[in-house]
Design a protein around this ligand. Structure first.
Ligand code: SF4
Length: 427
């Protein structure tokens, strides 16, 4: 059975949808936060944040309990003498890296992660990465990216990290078309997708990032890549510069989103519709049932999204189409119209979209609308709860496996749970 949803005509209409553009005060975490899920994914990588004590505190509080015997990230603190130019920050950094790599021979890929303080003192981490790569090659590769926080949002850290990996990917050895899935997915989700693709006859699908530094996938003009996350614009551009071509698709959230995503990828690789349908039908049916069962309380509920994770539009599509929720406002920090065209085409007519933030004005709109659930960052959740709202932390959606069929019911429940809890508290 193939999926019969034709989204092309509505795509054209939706691209014209008016979007409220806000350019005021923002309430978001910085890109350093991405280290929290990236260090779990690339198992022999280490993320060395070159930052201040503030950066270290953010990482410690966001990471919670350290679950590894040996940590996979740390902060090299820029001291006052570095800021004042008394010490040579490059020399200090080289010493820190040498000590780290001497103690940790398991590290194969080292990311130097820039921060606001490293940018303020104009510490050139790309030159540092080149210098250190030469010194520690071939056993360790050193790359750099920026996780600094001004005018960014927290998922951009992943984009910057993956974009830094792209120039280093091995070249494709021949012109055989290959499929590459781009975006850090929980291992369990990646394994499910790999199995589904294999059932369709696509046995050799690459995933970026790979779990190990030396297993990063190849990329070249014969590569078709599909984004698993909607916030990877720099990574997509870097892949396109290597000749790879993006497969446009909605994102794999919910039963419908997962089906459309798998179908787009497999069709681009020439898999017949019948084979796609045969491979996906059982998991899809299970996912639809699970979503209906676990998200039933969301039907008719009014949702308001503050801009935070950049997942807002795919989530809004899932919640409105598969669970019957009403969308009061869908805010997103950035709106990449081309990467989100297929998603926007699936939103209900008249959905109010906003891009960027003017937090006070948006709070006024939210409080006036009195939605049933507010999806927002941690900084806004407590005051909104105090004002009687039910909130869902958007960052939780980055730490929880939510993509794919087997996670669709969990995703529905993540939104239903705060509502159910409130109902129980009222009884
Ligand atoms: Fe560090 Fe800047 Fe992030 Fe603050 S916003 S934690 S200073 S990188």
């Amino acid at each position: 059975m193939s999926v019969a949803l034709d989204i092309t005509p509505r795509h054209r209409e939706r691209c014209e949808t008016p979007v409220l553009r806000e350019r005021g005060q923002r309430e978001v975490f910085c890109g350093l936060t991405g280290v929290i899920w990236l260090h779990r994914k690339i198992q022999d990588a280490f993320f060395l944040i070159v930052g201040s004590r503030t950066c270290a505190h953010l990482m410690q509080s966001a990471a919670g309990v350290m679950i590894f015997a040996e940590p996979r990230f740390a902060t090299a603190i820029i001291e006052e003498k570095d800021l004042a130019g008394v010490a040579d920050a490059n020399e200090e950094l080289d010493k820190t890296v040498a000590r780290l790599l001497d103690r940790r021979p398991d590290i194969k890929l080292l990311f130097l992660v820039g921060s606001c303080p490293s940018e303020v003192i104009k510490l050139d981490l790309s030159r540092a990465a080149e210098r250190l790569s030469r010194r520690f090659s071939p056993s360790v590769r050193v790359l750099n990216y920026s996780g600094s926080g001004i005018e960014t949002t927290f998922t951009q850290g992943e984009d910057a990290c993956l974009a830094a990996l792209v120039p280093d990917l091995p070249p494709a050895l021949d012109d055989t078309p290959s499929l590459l899935v781009v975006g850090a997915l929980a291992d369990v989700v990646e394994d499910q997708f790999a199995r589904l693709f294999a059932d369709m006859g696509l046995g050799d699908v690459g995933f970026l990032p790979a779990r190990r530094a030396n297993d990063m996938p190849a990329a070249g003009p014969a590569t078709r890549f599909i984004l698993a996350q909607p916030f990877l614009s720099m990574t997509a551009r870097a892949l396109e510069e290597r000749g790879a071509r993006r497969v446009p698709a909605p994102y794999p959230l919910g039963a419908e989103g997962t089906t459309l995503w798998l179908e787009a990828a497999a069709t681009a690789m020439g898999v017949p519709a019948a084979d796609i349908g045969r491979a996906t039908a059982p998991a899809r049916a299970r996912a639809e049932l699970s979503v209906r069962r676990r998200g039933a309380s969301l039907a008719g509920k009014r949702l308001f999204f503050f801009p935070d994770s950049q997942l807002e539009i795919p989530l809004a599509r899932f919640l409105s189409r598969e669970l019957g929720a009403d969308l009061v406002e869908v805010g997103t920090p950035f709106l990449h119209r081309s990467h989100l065209a297929e998603e926007m085409a699936l939103l209900p007519d008249g959905a109010a979209l906003s891009e960027g933030q003017d937090v006070d004005r948006q709070l006024d709109r939210c409080l006036a609308a009195r939605p049933d659930i507010v999806v927002c960052g941690l900084g806004l959740a407590n005051p909104l709860e105090a004002a009687g709202m039910t909130t869902k932390w958007s960052i939780e959606l980055m730490f929880t496996p939510i993509q794919g069929y087997d996670q669709a019911g969990d995703l529905a429940e993540l939104f239903a749970r705060p509502l159910d809890r409130k109902t129980r508290l009222k009884v």
